[in-house]
Design a protein around this ligand. Structure first.
Ligand SMILES: [Mn+2]
Length: 323
């Protein structure tokens, strides 16, 4: 985004009030980091604002909403952050899915559906929070430590602690600057990347034990049915973000996690190495995302989903598949 766009955004944010900030379902560090950073900024400008999510804010990210409280007001302006598609708002925010309900969207997903009346999109940004960071710097807003913590966490989590392909030099530069604030980046990164709950370890155990290998081990697949998840003794959230595990295996080019949401509704999370475009893979099924990490939802029986997915993998890997 260029300077004039940031100043256009400044005009919009300074001109609005009584703001609802929408974050995506299964919230991650980026959507929450952006949400609370923006809320903090708007309140600092003397405006009323709340952050909304389809679920309760995960306890894992509680340091991002430390000191946050809900304000009461009649909503006038709605902003979605890190949200590529209204469908990603989740069932409790479904009233915002109708056309024209969202005034502004600030996002970094190339798959953004332009559902908002006005969208600021920078698909090169490693995290949506990097857009906010650049915005604050460009307009000369002197943000506080809490905002710095939100932005740092968002950038760190969306880049897998600065490891993923989406990590651009500006992400490191922003992080270097943000480290100069009073944020405990060591604790943040330990919490986000190293510490696991007991239930999470159990969930990983199940996933590893049930991993399927296809096409000479170039594709790995995890199938998480409700029955399996219920049998493990872990919280539903402890089954989030397992999709990166298949790519830990040497030689795997595409890792697919199939999770049962409801009977005959399956959520796919696709992770790939250089050889496969995850976003293109998921577009076949009406989804999208990033080049190495994407997702989609398929309504079919598990057996049908499995066939469709393996056929698509065969196409992308140039392999034979006879179902
Ligand atoms: Mn993001």
């Amino acid at each position: 985004m260029d300077k004039s766009e940031f100043f256009e955004l400044k005009g919009i944010l300074e001109g609005c009030d009584n703001v609802l900030i929408l974050t995506h379902k299964s919230p991650d560090g980026d959507t929450l980091g952006c949400g609370f950073a923006l809320c903090n900024y708007l309140r600092d400008l003397g405006k009323k604002a709340n952050v909304l999510n389809s679920e309760n804010f995960p306890v894992r990210y509680n340091f991002l909403y430390d000191g946050y409280y809900v304000q009461s007001f009649e909503p006038e302006f709605v902003i979605a952050v890190d949200v590529a598609d209204v469908k990603l708002l989740g069932s409790h925010l479904s009233s915002f899915m109708e056309e024209g309900k969202i005034d502004l969207c600030i996002d970094h997903h190339i798959s953004n559906k332009f559902f908002a009346k006005k969208t600021f999109l920078d698909a090169r940004a490693s995290a949506a929070a990097l857009i906010f960071y650049e915005y604050f710097k460009t307009i000369g807003y002197d943000f506080n430590d809490q905002i710095a913590l939100c932005l740092y966490t968002a950038i760190a989590t969306d880049t897998g602690c600065f490891k993923y392909q989406n990590t651009i030099p500006e992400a490191h530069m922003a992080a270097a600057d943000l480290m100069q604030y009073d944020i405990n980046f060591e604790t943040v990164n330990r919490k986000m990347f190293d510490v696991k709950s007991k239930g999470r370890i159990k969930a990983e155990q199940q996933v590893i034990a049930n991993m399927e290998y296809h096409f000479d081990d170039k594709c790995t697949m995890i199938v998480l049915t409700q029955a399996l998840m219920n049998s493990v003794g872990a919280e539903p959230a402890e089954f989030d973000g397992l999709a990166s595990i298949p790519l830990e295996i040497e030689g795997v080019l595409i890792g697919i996690t199939i999770k049962e949401r409801h009977p005959n509704v399956y959520k796919l999370s696709v992770r790939t190495t250089e050889e496969v475009d995850a976003s293109a893979f998921c577009r076949r099924f009406g989804g999208g995302g990033h080049i190495r990490a994407a997702g989609c939802e398929i309504n079919a029986t598990l057996e049908e989903v499995r066939q469709m997915v393996l056929k698509a993998v065969a196409d992308d890997l140039g392999e034979e598949y006879d179902g």
